[in-house]
Design a protein. Structure first.
Ligand code: HEC
Ligand code: HEC
Length: 202
């Protein structure tokens, strides 16, 4: 086992990635300077990544590494904020397969914390009706059940959710086929209501 480990780290040393030898703790410190302490965001445009299921998290990182999901430049939110802004695509491309597996495992073990955010109660009530009818099947427990392997919606940051709905509507982020069938039926008002509903899950 020891031998195997040494061989693996020798391979890692050959990689050009600046992060190849970083421990998962060091990597997470970098992630958290954007995503928030323990992966819990305090910024509306930044998703909370604590508590994401391993599969969803790994998938997201591989898709970013392939530049197959929109990724905009983002400033660091804490720590050394003079570091240059970066995109998730650049960040994911610097990770090894082992890094991705370890990061996804580590964040899955951290508690998901629902964001405290302002929402409109009437819109939230309207959104709940749409959610229960169209989305609950795959996004159960108000969209907070990691075992659904479908991301976290209830208590997720509303700015991030809005951006995600825009990307789905524009066709720039791929959706599961059955979800797309339902999304295509939503009006702009439905989407707005859904965002307030998910924001109301606190
Ligand atoms: C420079 C800021 C920044 C850093 C550093 C950063 N992220 Fe992100 N991340 C974002 C932003 C912003 C988004 C939202 C999507 C977008 O705009 O690209 C995001 C989205 C994500 C998502 C998608 C969430 C979802 O529910 O689909 C995951 C997963 C993720 N990041 C994981 C990580 C991990 C793991 C690290 C550390 C290796 C990391 N991020 C480092 C800014 C950052
Ligand atoms: C057939 C199952 C299914 C249905 C129905 C469904 N979804 Fe999804 N949804 C998924 C899966 C699977 C994912 C994860 C896909 C991925 O990682 O890209 C997802 C991801 C999402 C995301 C992105 C989460 C993130 O972290 O970025 C949002 C937002 C979303 N769904 C909203 C909805 C809404 C709103 C409805 C109802 C109108 C809905 N979904 C119906 C399966 C479904």
């Amino acid at each position: 086992m020891m031998r195997l480990r040494n061989t693996l780290s020798a391979i890692a040393l050959l990689s050009l990635s600046p992060f190849a030898n970083a421990s998962v703790d060091e990597l997470m410190a970098d992630c958290n300077d954007c995503h928030g302490d323990n992966g819990v965001s305090q910024w509306s445009d930044m998703p909370t990544i604590a508590g994401l299921s391993v599969l969803v998290h790994e998938d997201a990182l591989y898709i970013y590494a392939d530049e197959a999901r929109p990724c905009s430049k983002s400033e660091y939110r804490q720590g050394d904020t003079s570091r240059p802004a970066k995109t998730m695509c650049e960040i994911a491309a610097e990770l090894s397969e082992d890094d991705i597996a370890e990061l996804a495992e580590a964040y899955a073990e951290l508690p998901y914390v629902r964001a405290k955010q302002d929402f409109d109660a009437d819109l939230a009530a309207a959104g709940k009706i749409v959610h229960d009818k169209q989305c609950d099947k795959c996004h159960s427990d108000e969209g907070t059940n990691p075992e659904d392997e479908a991301g976290m919606l209830g208590g997720q940051m509303m700015g991030y959710l809005k951006q995600t709905f825009d990307e789905y509507a524009a066709g720039t982020r791929e959706q599961p086929k059955k979800m797309k069938d339902k999304m295509d039926l939503l009006s702009e008002g439905d989407v707005e209501a859904l965002i307030h509903y998910y924001g109301s899950v606190q």
